[in-house]
Design a protein around this ligand. Sequence first.
Ligand SMILES: Cc1cc2nc3c(=O)[nH]c(=O)nc-3n(C[C@H](O)[C@H](O)[C@H](O)COP(=O)(O)OP(=O)(O)OC[C@H]3O[C@@H](n4cnc5c(N)ncnc54)[C@H](O)[C@@H]3O)c2cc1C
Length: 598
Amino acid sequence: MGTTTVSQNLTRGGGFLIAAARPEDIFTPADLNDDQKLIGQTAEEFVAKEVLPLAPELEQHKEGLMPQMLKKAGELGLLGGGIPEEYGGTGLDKVSATILAEKLSAYGSFAVSHGGHAGIGTVPIVYFGTEEQKKKYLPKIATGEWLSCYCLSEPQAGSDSLAARTRAVLSPDGKNWILNGQKMWITNGGFADVYIVFAKVDGEKFSCFIVERKFPGFTTGAEEKKMGIKGSSTVPIFFENCPVPKENLLHEIGRGHIVAFNTLNVGRFSLGAYCLGGSKKVLEAASKYSKERTAFGKRLSEFGLIQAKLAEMAIRTYAVESMIYRSAGMIEGAMSAAQGDKTKQAMQVLEEYAIESSISKVYGSEVTDYCVDEAVQIFGGYGYHEDYPVARAYRDSRINRIFEGTNEINRMLIVQMLLKRAMGGALPLIPAAMKLGEEVLSGTAMEETADGPFAEEERSVAMGKKIFLQASGAAVQRFREKLADEQEIVAALANIVMEVYAMESCLRRAQKAAATRSEGGITAAMSDAARAFIYDAAGRVEREARTALAATAEGDMLRTQLSVLRRFAKREPVDGIALRRRVAAAVLAGDRYPFEGR
Ligand SMILES: Cc1cc2nc3c(=O)[nH]c(=O)nc-3n(C[C@H](O)[C@H](O)[C@H](O)COP(=O)(O)OP(=O)(O)OC[C@H]3O[C@@H](n4cnc5c(N)ncnc54)[C@H](O)[C@@H]3O)c2cc1C
């Protein structure tokens, strides 16, 4: 493959599966500039000083308190990052928006409320609004004078959101859309002023409307009694012959799905960033506690099994952080390079990286769930008590695998989007799979030579990509357009895709850090984290591929496929215990996630 083709593939959504990035190609947290760091610091301090102390009252839904917090955030410019400056926002670049989301996450309920307003409650107007709609709504949304929310789900239509029953019909005088129906689970719904509502025109054409709380026939229901994020507002909303001015149709009749799904792309990416921040916070709490608590005459932190937990939390968080900032840098690069109408181009860029956004959501949420679970375990019985910080984090974390498209739906989307791009020629996966087939036949497929300190990891990453091509190629050949019905195979392929992205992102970041930084300790611990992650992830890739292949082929064909897989997946053993002990030492040295900003 020529250099130009490689770099073209690299910048394509999903391109990481067929092109090898170099360390200098990827953005890492070490590349954050001072302005971006300052945004993160402002956000973190705001939550620590203004929001967290009020968490007990927020959890009790003290009247008006969450809106007050959001408005305060607005005064500091923390709500308008997604809004261009000409409409009163701060027009943050993607990397800044990512660190902002990450650093707002210390209190889950606030993070969710922020995302409901500044993310999915804002994006539809920014990207699909008319000039009048933007001028009317965005300046007030940017400051928090008006709070907003996103209303897609219904009692009977969650994942299957296009099955919505809320209807809109044009009034006889043609001046209003008359809405009837119900929405469910609306974050910020209890106090918002502006509602982005999806409804079917004449019961058929899925469309989007901007609805204001003050419109007649609009009501909200009682707060839902939730497992977690109790400080956030989640209510059903009702429309009973609710007139919505004709000019409040957002985008085009029958094109509401474009608004809905593109908005979710943005939301999913940010959700991963919020989760990343959450993982770091519980790691910090667990590390501190492990030094305070003694058992059998030792501090918990001295036990190997506790160190292994702290290390694994840090390692998986490192993988998420490496992926998310890599994606943010890629998205920002594509947006800066875009010519013409910046807003339109930005939407196209976000669509281009929809696969990476789903990865951010799925991997980010699953790692946070892993981290909160292990944090509770490290706290022991106290972890199960509301007076200690991790019980709430455990409850709050669980929602992230459910909303913004469940992780099951997102796994299927990852593969669906990849195949669509492959079939449409946007991503040359098919030629890559054919070339691999030829290499297997000619016996050259196993030749992956790399040298240097990460030679083994280089090989694992390269082989992970081949394994994806092998398993997906076999599945597509066998099931063709019916592959979507084989959900377990699709999920296995999605898991391989995510692991490959994570492995490569960890590796390139560690290489970049090793090449540009001289401080031994942390850079060495980062290399340890990358090694430990890649070794285990390579094992997961092999297992997922085996599952997929076993359901795809049989007899001699299966035996041949599995023997090829075994050769792809062959790797030298590593001492994962020693690697983890060193990573744990780095965590314990500062009682925090040790790789931030590196
Ligand atoms: C606290 C909270 C806040 C929320 N905030 C908002 C909001 O602000 N705006 C909004 O519009 N919505 C919001 N939601 C709704 C949320 O997006 C939905 O709950 C979610 O999309 C899942 O839909 P559902 O609950 O109907 O579950 P279902 O769609 O019934 O899914 C149930 C299970 O079946 C699985 N499943 C469904 N379809 C398939 C399939 N085709 N193949 C395989 N498995 C499948 C799902 O993955 C899940 O595991 C919120 C929900 C909660 C709990």
